[in-house]
Design a protein around this ligand. Structure first.
Ligand SMILES: [Zn+2]
Length: 449
């Protein structure tokens, strides 16, 4: 959450939820860098919770302004913010039950009701359309290529006849990721850059190789009579995998198998994806043109929202593919599927995303001999496959490509949204590309430009 003040205008770039250790997160997520009632507007780069997840808290504490975002971001927030609120409520309930004896009850950060009350504040603005924020202040969203609806924000501020341009990346996407358009290229010239740096120190595998490996894994598992279980995040990862499967079926390279998306959130997110073909790249549009159904909703993919149907999957004997949330295997329906399949050597657990330390997902990645699920121990006998090329974040090569035409003319760059190693890596890259003034700000730092 970056607050900008100009000529009586106070606006925020994003308003994300800090996700980390519980106590620390609670502290951080309850504080705002500015009084919510004082804030006139929020410009939201994309719907991921670490960028949007504090908006209901902002509204709960008196924010009365507008939230500008692209149309798909508005739609995705309509799905993700109530879900985040539900998690907050469950977490508070769990905590209060556990600590009931020593008092210290906590309130959820915000409720589903607060999330619903946030939605009327949203105002959708199409890509590449300049809109007015104040007397001398304008903004435009340009394609970021990160998730559906993701935008970089260009702010143009005029003062005493001089114009200043600030580019805020939100999360920068990758070139050639499936379904989505590439990030805008070349990026418009600007004076100041506020850039994320999540993978500024890394190089990703190629997404097209992931399609080939997926094909091989499913073919082999099916031949052995097993099922493929894929823990996947609901927004982006699930749709990419489904898209690859649909393509593989169409190309005749993968014999059709039943595919189940077992998650109400993934189902709702896929509906949003299906509503926004204007965001697809050329290849996805061609597939869409031929199929009319990029995500197999009229077959061969079954989207499961009801618990009974989810349970019925346990009794299926024939080979199939099951995608379920949550992505890191910490909660949700994926746990039931893992419980039923980790000890079966015919089955395959296919890991397609980052697994944080101390999660069940990480223990699967490490191929531990035994796993604890719902308080019971199971031997890990299923085959484990790890596909690392699905990231939706720019890597060092993408950043180099994006910033090469830009860096030499920047007055200053601010490096944000990193942990320990990434900000210095991004600073080194920007300096190498010719930007002399690179700052790594800490929370609460202020700057005049
Ligand atoms: Zn993101």
């Amino acid at each position: 959450m970056h607050v900008l003040r100009h000529d009586g205008l106070t606006l925020s770039l994003d308003c994300g939820l800090y996700q980390g250790r519980r106590e620390e997160s609670r502290q951080l997520n309850q504080q705002f860098p500015v009084r919510p009632g004082e804030l006139g507007m929020v410009l939201l780069s994309h719907a991921h919770i670490d960028h949007s997840g504090r908006l209901p808290g902002l509204v709960k504490h008196g924010f009365g302004g507008r939230i500008f975002a692209t149309p798909p971001t508005c739609d995705l927030c309509g799905v993700l913010l109530p879900d985040s609120a539900h998690i907050q409520e469950e977490d508070a309930r769990f905590w209060n039950e556990k600590r009931a004896t020593d008092g210290g009850r906590i309130q959820p950060l915000y409720t589903v009701e607060d999330a619903r009350a946030t939605m009327p504040h949203f105002e959708s603005i199409s890509y590449n359309t300049q809109f007015r924020l104040g007397s001398d202040c304008w903004a435009t969203f340009i394609e970021a290529g990160h998730i559906l609806g993701s935008g970089m924000v260009i702010l143009e501020i005029n003062r005493n006849g001089r114009s200043r341009r600030i580019l805020f990346t939100g999360d920068a996407g990758r070139f050639q990721v499936p379904i989505l358009k590439d990030p805008t290229e070349p990026l418009p010239e600007c004076d100041y850059l506020i850039t994320e740096c999540t993978y500024a120190d890394r190089r990703h595998e190629n997404p097209t190789d992931m399609k080939e490996r997926l094909c091989r894994i499913i073919t082999e598992t099916r031949r052995g009579g097993g099922k493929v279980i894929i823990p996947a995040f609901s927004v982006g990862r699930t749709q990419t995998i489904i898209y690859f499967l649909i393509q593989l079926f169409m190309e005749g390279r993968l014999e059709e198998v039943p595919v189940f998306v077992d998650s109400p959130l993934s189902t709702a997110a896929t509906e949003v994806f299906a509503r926004h073909p204007e965001c697809y790249d050329r290849e996805a549009l061609q597939t869409w043109g031929r199929e009319g159904d990029l995500f197999g909703r009229s077959g061969p993919v079954r989207y499961i929202t009801e618990v009974d149907e989810s349970k019925a999957l346990n009794d299926m004997r024939e080979p199939c593919v099951i995608l379920a949330a949550s992505g890191m295997c910490e909660a949700g329906r994926i746990l039931h599927h893992l419980k039923n399949h980790v000890a079966n050597e015919k089955d395959t657990i296919c890991i397609v995303g980052f697994m944080a330390q101390h999660t069940l997902g990480r223990r699967i990645v490490e191929r531990r001999e035994e796993l604890r699920i719902f308080g019971r121990t199971y031997p890990l006998l299923a085959r484990v496959e790890i596909l690392n090329g699905f990231s939706a974040h720019a890597d060092v090569d993408d950043f180099r490509r994006l910033y090469t035409p830009l860096a030499g003319r920047l007055k200053r760059a601010f490096v944000v949204h990193g942990e320990q190693k990434q900000p210095p890596a991004m600073r080194a890259l920007l300096q190498e590309l010719g930007c002399r003034d690179v700052v790594i700000p800490s929370p609460g730092d202020r700057f005049s430009i």
